[in-house]
Design a protein around this ligand. Structure first.
Ligand SMILES: Nc1nc2c(c(=O)[nH]1)N[C@H]1C(S)=C(S)[C@@H](COP(=O)(O)OP(=O)(O)OC[C@H]3O[C@@H](n4cnc5c(=O)[nH]c(N)nc54)[C@H](O)[C@@H]3O)O[C@H]1N2
Ligand SMILES: Nc1nc2c(c(=O)[nH]1)N[C@H]1C(S)=C(S)[C@@H](COP(=O)(O)OP(=O)(O)OC[C@H]3O[C@@H](n4cnc5c(=O)[nH]c(N)nc54)[C@H](O)[C@@H]3O)O[C@H]1N2
Ligand code: SF4
Ligand SMILES: [Mo]
Length: 693
C-alpha cells in the first residue's frame, strides 16, 4: 500500500481559503486535513470541508455526460458519450453564433475560487466566441465599490493581526459560520482582554459569544456609522493629525453628520440612543488612547439597497480615529486587491476586443428578468444559450420563480457543468460531469488572508469526469478555435496566474508554490499607517469626487432600504416583517446541502421569529409556516426565538429547492432590485408576511 500526502487548497467561496493536506492511499483520497503549519489554517478545517471526501465520493456524483429526456426542471436524463455531448453543444453554439454570438451567455460564480478552474479557459472560450459578458455581482460588488471609493482598494487589516486588537467590531458577519479562522483570532484577542462587539439584526452564533450585540434593523448600518461619526466629532474623539495628513473632506463630513444625532440615528436603526453613544465612545476613546481598534466588515450588511454606502461609511471610521496607525487596527472587508492576479493572461479579453462586435453585458443578479426579455435595441439579442458552471442560479439567484420560468424556456439551450444534479442542472439540455478539487490542478488567491496557495491533484478524475478547463479546451477545438492559448495545460495557466512584474508581492513562482503549497505575499503590516490610500487623492476620501461623477452623493449619507416600514409604509402594512437569509453554518451557499450528514445537522428549512411576532399571529413553535409577499412564497418550520429581533424573520440558507416539501426556497420572496453601487442583489432587503401553512 502506498500512502502519500498531497498539498491542496480549499476551493470554496470562503474568506479563509484553507491549506489542505490530502491523504491518498492507493489512489483513493481517504482524509482531508488542515495544514497545521499554515499560519491561518492552523490545522483546523470547518466541518463541511473536513468531510470533503464524502462529497467527492458521494453516490450521487455525476460521472457521465447526460442528455435531458423529460421536461425542463423535471430532472430526467440519460447517459450519453462525451463525443455526442460535445458535438451537440458545438453544433448548437455554432449555429447561434453565426447569427449573433451575444445570444450566448456564460453563467458562473465562485463554486470554485481557483484561478484556473474558475475563469481562465472558460473566459478565453467565451471571449473568442464573442459571447455576452456576465457581470459577476451576486455577492460582493456593492460593498467592494463602497470600500474602494473610500480607501481605494480591497485591502485592509491583516487577519494575522486581529489577535492584538483591544476592540473588535464584527459588523454584518457571522464568522463562526463563515469565517472560522478570523473567529479563532478574535477569540485569542478576547482571551488577551479585548472587547468584541457584534452589529447584526440577528443574534447569530457569533453575536451570542460577543461581549455586546447591537441588533439594528437590516439595511440601516449606514445610519449607524453616520451616528458614530457624529459622536466622535462632537466629543472630539479624533486623531487630528491623521485627519489633516491623510484624509480628504473632513470639514464637509463634519457638516454632513451634524444632523445624525444619537436620537435620529437610534430611530432610524431601531436601537437606543445610548447604544449609539456608547459604541462611538468605546471605539473612539480606545483608539485615541492608543489601543488597536479593528473592524471586520462582512458582506451581510451590503445586500440591501444602500449596501455600498453602508460599507463606505464604515470604512471612514478608522481614519477619523487614526486606527490605521497600528497593524492590528483599521478595517477589513476583503484582501483581494493585495493579490497581483493577471487576469489578462488568464482570461484573454483581447480575444473579444479584436472582434468586430459591441460586447453586451448581462448582470447575473437579474438573470430571471433577462432570460425572459425579447430582443430589443437596448437589450440586444434574446438569450438563446446559457452555459452554467461553478454556480447554481436556480437556487441562489433572487426572485426564483422568475429565474425558474426563464430556465424553463423551451427555446433556451442550457448546458450545466456540475458535480451534482442541482436545482439548476434539472433544467439543463446537457449536463457535463466536472472534477472536484481533489481531481484537478489549481492556484488560489484568497480574500480573507494574504497567502497564495497551490492545489495539486490528489487523485485521478472519477468516472468520466473532466475539469472545467478540459471541457472548454475540447469545446474550443470543436469550434475550430486554434489560438495557442487553447492548447495550454492547467499548469501552464497556473504559472501565468500571477503578475510576476509585481516583484515586491510576488517573491515566488508556480513551481515553488506547488512544492511548498502556500506562500505569503510581501505586503506591509499596517497598510495605511502613513496614508498611501489607493484613491485618486491618495487619501482616505470622506469626500469623493469620483462618486459625484458617478451620480452618487459624494459624502457619507444614508440610503434607506427599498422595503422597510420607514421607507415603504404601504408595503409594510401588507408585509410587516423584514426577512434576511444569511448562510447556514453547515452549507456553503447551496453547496453541501446534498451531503446527508451536513443536511441532517441543519435539519430542514427553518424560519426564526421573535416570540411577540409569533404570538400576534397565533403561531407556535414547530408550526409549518408559509412566508410570502407579492413575488412568491415558500414553506419552512417555525422556530420561535428572540435571536430574531422584533419585526425580523430569519431563514438560514441556501437550501436546494428539491429538498423542501414545496420544492421552493427562500429566494421565492427575494427581489431583483439592485444596490446603490456595484449593481448587486438585495437579498436582505425584503418584506414578508408569515402565516400557518
Ligand atoms: N458556512 C458558510 N460559510 C460561508 C458561506 C456559507 O454559505 N456558509 N458563504 C460564503 C460567502 S459566498 C460569503 S459572501 C461569505 C460572507 O457571507 P455573509 O453574508 O457576510 O455571511 P455571514 O458571515 O454569515 O454574515 C452575515 C451576517 O450579517 C447579518 N446581517 C444581515 N443583514 C444585515 C444588515 O443589514 N446589517 C448587519 N449589520 N448585519 C446583517 C446576518 O444576520 C448574518 O449574521 O461567507 C462565506 N462563507
Ligand atoms: N437568499 C439568499 N441568496 C443568496 C445568498 C444569501 O445569503 N441569501 N448569498 C449569495 C451569495 S453571497 C453568493 S456568493 C451566491 C452563491 O451562489 P453560487 O456561486 O451559485 O454558489 P453555490 O450555491 O455554492 O453553487 C456553486 C456550484 O458550483 C459547483 N462547483 C464547485 N466546484 C466546481 C467545479 O470545479 N466545476 C464545476 N463545473 N462546478 C463546480 C458546486 O457543485 C455548486 O453546485 O448565492 C447568493 N444567494
Ligand atoms: S470552507 Fe472556509 S473554513 Fe472551511 S475549509 Fe474551506 S476555507 Fe477553510
Ligand atoms: Mo458570497
Amino acid at each position: 500500500m502506498t500512502t502519500t500526502i498531497v498539498r491542496a487548497a480549499c476551493p470554496h467561496d470562503c474568506p479563509d481559503t484553507c491549506a489542505l493536506l490530502v491523504t491518498v492511499k492507493d489512489g483513493v483520497a481517504t482524509e482531508v486535513r488542515g495544514d497545521p503549519d499554515h499560519p491561518t489554517t492552523a490545522g483546523v478545517l470547518c466541518t463541511k470541508v473536513s468531510r470533503y471526501t464524502e462529497r467527492t465520493y458521494h453516490k450521487d456524483r455525476l460521472l457521465h455526460p447526460l442528455k435531458r429526456i423529460g421536461n425542463k426542471g423535471e430532472g430526467k436524463f440519460i447517459e450519453i458519450s462525451w463525443d455526442e455531448a460535445l458535438d451537440t453543444i458545438a453544433t448548437r453554439l455554432g449555429a447561434i453564433a453565426a447569427r449573433d454570438p451575444r445570444a450566448i451567455l456564460p453563467y458562473s460564480y465562485a463554486g470554485t475560487m481557483g484561478l484556473v478552474q474558475g475563469e481562465s479557459m472558460s473566459m478565453r472560450f467565451f471571449n473568442r466566441l464573442g459571447a455576452s459578458l456576465l457581470e459577476r455581482t451576486i455577492c460582493a460588488t456593492a460593498g467592494g465599490v463602497g470600500y474602494k471609493y473610500t480607501i481605494g482598494a480591497r485591502v485592509g487589516t491583516d487577519l494575522e493581526q486581529f489577535q492584538n486588537a483591544k476592540l473588535i467590531v464584527i459588523w454584518g458577519g457571522n464568522p463562526i459560520a463563515s469565517n472560522l479562522h478570523f473567529w479563532m483570532r478574535a477569540q485569542e484577542a478576547k482571551r488577551r482582554g479585548a472587547k468584541l462587539i457584534a452589529i447584526d439584526p440577528y443574534r447569530s452564533l457569533t453575536a451570542e459569544k460577543c461581549h455586546q450585540h447591537i441588533a439594528l434593523l437590516p439595511g440601516t448600518d449606514a445610519a449607524l456609522a453616520l451616528g458614530i461619526m457624529h459622536v466622535l466629532i462632537a466629543e472630539d474623539l479624533l486623531d487630528h493629525d491623521y485627519i489633516a495628513q491623510y484624509t480628504l473632506g473632513f470639514e464637509q463630513l463634519k457638516q454632513q453628520v451634524q444632523q445624525w444625532t444619537p436620537q435620529k440615528t437610534a430611530e432610524t436603526c431601531g436601537i437606543s440612543a445610548e447604544e449609539v453613544v456608547e459604541l462611538a465612545r468605546a471605539y473612539g476613546s480606545a483608539a485615541t488612547q492608543g489601543d488597536a481598534v479593528a473592524i471586520r466588515i462582512n458582506y451581510g450588511l451590503q445586500r440591501v439597497r444602500g449596501g455600498g454606502m453602508a460599507v463606505r461609511n464604515i470604512a471612514c471610521l478608522p481614519a477619523l480615529v487614526g486606527a490605521w496607525r497600528q497593524a492590528a487596527g483599521g478595517v477589513q472587508l476583503s484582501a483581494s486587491d493585495s493579490f497581483p492576479k493577471n487576469s489578462q493572461a488568464l482570461q484573454r479579453p483581447d480575444l473579444l476586443s479584436r472582434q468586430d462586435l459591441t460586447p453586451r453585458t448581462i448582470n447575473m443578479s437579474t438573470i430571471g428578468d433577462d432570460l425572459l426579455r425579447d430582443a430589443s435595441p437596448e437589450f440586444g439579442p434574446k438569450i438563446e444559450a446559457l452555459i452554467v458552471y461553478n454556480s447554481n442560479p436556480v437556487a441562489v439567484a433572487p426572485q426564483s420563480s422568475t429565474v425558474a420560468r426563464g430556465f424553463a424556456r423551451e427555446d433556451l439551450f442550457t448546458v450545466v457543468l456540475e458535480h451534482f444534479q442541482t436545482d439548476t442542472a434539472d433544467y439543463a439540455d446537457i449536463i457535463l460531469p466536472a472534477t472536484t478539487q481533489l481531481e484537478h490542478v489549481d492556484v488560489h488567491a484568497a480574500y480573507g488572508h494574504q497567502y497564495m496557495l497551490a492545489n495539486n491533484a490528489a487523485i485521478a478524475p472519477l468516472g468520466d469526469t473532466k475539469s472545467n478547463t478540459e471541457i472548454f479546451r475540447l469545446l474550443a477545438a470543436r469550434m475550430g478555435f486554434d489560438d495557442a492559448c487553447f492548447r495550454e495545460s492547467d499548469e501552464d495557466i497556473a504559472a501565468q496566474a500571477f503578475d510576476r512584474k509585481n516583484v515586491r508581492a510576488m517573491h515566488f513562482d508556480w513551481d515553488s508554490l506547488k512544492q511548498k503549497g502556500w506562500q505569503k505575499l510581501n505586503v506591509p503590516d499596517a497598510p495605511f499607517a502613513n496614508g498611501g490610500f489607493a484613491t485618486p487623492s491618495g487619501k482616505c476620501e470622506f469626500y469623493s469626487a469620483q462618486m459625484l461623477k458617478d451620480g452618487l452623493e459624494p459624502l457619507p449619507s444614508y440610503i434607506a432600504p427599498y422595503e422597510s416600514a420607514a421607507s415603504n409604509p404601504a408595503l409594510a402594512s401588507k408585509y410587516p416583517l423584514a426577512m434576511i437569509s444569511p448562510p447556514a453554518r453547515n452549507f456553503l451557499n447551496s453547496s453541501f446541502v446534498n451531503i446527508q450528514s451536513l443536511r441532517a445537522t441543519e435539519g430542514e428549512p427553518h424560519l426564526d421569529m421573535h416570540p411577540s411576532d409569533a404570538a400576534q399571529r397565533n403561531l407556535i413553535n414547530g408550526d409549518m409556516v408559509r412566508i410570502y409577499n407579492d413575488r412568491g412564497s415558500f414553506i419552512a418550520k417555525l422556530r420561535i426565538t428572540d435571536k430574531a429581533r422584533l419585526g425580523l424573520v430569519v431563514g438560514l440558507s441556501i437550501w436546494w429547492k428539491k429538498f423542501a416539501s414545496d420544492g421552493k426556497n427562500v429566494n421565492e420572496v427575494t427581489s431583483q432590485q439592485l444596490t446603490d453601487m456595484g449593481r448587486g442583489p438585495t437579498f436582505y432587503d425584503v418584506l414578508v408576511e408569515v402565516e400557518k401553512s
